[in-house]
Design a protein around this ligand. Sequence first.
Ligand SMILES: Cc1ncc(COP(=O)(O)O)c(C=O)c1O
Length: 377
Amino acid sequence: MHYFDHASTSFPKPQEVIERMQSYLTQFGVSPGRGSYQLSQRAEELVEEARGKLAKVLKIKEVNHIAFTMNATHGLNIVIKGYLQPKDHVLICGYSHNAALRPLDRLKRERGVTYDVIPVDQKGQIDLALFRQKLTSTTRLFIATGASNVIGVKADFKEAFGLCRSAGVKILFDSTPSLGYQDVDMESIDFVVGTGHKSLLGPSGVGFLYVKNASDLPPYIEGGSHGNHAMSLEHPEKMPYKFEAGTINTVGIAGLLGALDYIHEKTFARLAERALAFTEMIWKEISCLDTIVLYGTDEIARKVPIISFNLKRIIPSQIAAELDKKYNICVRSGLHCAPLIHKFLGTLPTGCVRISTGHQNSEEEVALLIEAIKKIH
Ligand SMILES: Cc1ncc(COP(=O)(O)O)c(C=O)c1O
């Protein structure tokens, strides 16, 4: 089996992930911080060690402003549904995923929230003229996605962020496809969400939310927690407990801790370099095919390790099925939960084939994939 769907989830996970999860489950798999006994304290220490290491990777000094969530979707829902008030106006970039778009559109139907989509082109440039035009006195939030999960291009939001700051508009940054590939000053952003199972290499079911000012948001789920006396009927306002109600995914966090150790040892930069080198190789080889349509840019400095393409005359699902059945190659096809960019590219309704490489791939696998695409074409 040759896996080229790392943008869906990274696979296989580092051995450190499995070992950390196993040691937690077999040696101290109890609720963190709920008991005063030593085992519970050990579980608590594990959670805080993971939070500290995650903060280092994200270059965030205020460790406690990072809450563990289920995934990026969870974080996006917390911010979008917690921050926006009836009739607020939102700007959302064209690289957005349904994880942001759907909760936002629900608020449009239920709270009269309005929003404008600001396109980002295939080189990562946002339409600044339109951004300026649509930024009004009722605009309260800009939802920015670091890179397109479809075309694998990083967005350049420098000026858009500057405009938001001058206008007092908060920024919600979805780091999901760009984490590890883009240097962003997270602490200058109001809300940052991310997921643990993609470039962070952890298991599914764990993600994060960074909130600069805890008072910007109400708690999303309330219940048992750290931070307030059990007799209080109010959920704590204090970060990170404000967003960590109920028993958190400690085994997932244990896995993430293993992944963070792995990333620390190998370095994000080297892992990213290897994944991108494979992307570059594939792009170079398949771009020569006469029936291929490639999306995005070949400028590797602007990319995350994703290539999307179509072959004229063969629908994407057929290409993916053939790669799977004949060559044991896993790629994704169709619409990748990001309808705005598909509309922009004109790839509705069938979408495109998406190859996403990882540092786990080998040169041999890459050669096999290139040959297979050449044969199918
Ligand atoms: C841009 C973007 N945001 C959010 C998500 C949601 O991530 P998760 O499913 O881990 O919540 C994805 C998933 O592919 C994504 O590509």
